[in-house]
Design a protein. Structure first.
Length: 101
């Protein structure tokens, strides 16, 4: 199955606690997804020859720190720092779910 941003957003909303999922519109969650994929690209993690490696190469705490830093720089971003880790983990869980299919 291919990555689908709309399905990713839906998956993340179901993954995170309701109080987090209800706080943000789809654009805010999509912004987090975009930051994650920019991180992958910047760190050479989109090399298709390594596609079978999955999330094993992703340092989740480093990724969360990166997303927190990028959101802090974005004056229009509304995602609270304490919610970022759950959203990132939800996105990673979505990636794992589509790799299993």
């Amino acid at each position: 199955m291919e990555y689908d941003e709309d399905l990713a957003i839906k998956y993340i909303r179901n993954y995170v606690p309701n109080d987090i999922g209800e706080c943000y519109d789809d654009d805010e969650i999509l912004n987090i997804i975009d930051i994650i994929w920019d991180y992958y690209e910047d760190n050479g993690m989109l090399d298709f020859s390594d596609i079978d490696n999955g999330d094993d190469d992703v340092d989740v705490s480093e990724l969360v720190s990166h997303v927190e830093a990028m959101v802090a720089k974005d004056k229009s971003a509304k995602v609270a720092k304490e919610h970022i880790a759950e959203i990132v983990k939800g996105e990673l869980a979505y990636e794992n779910s589509i790799e299993e299919e």
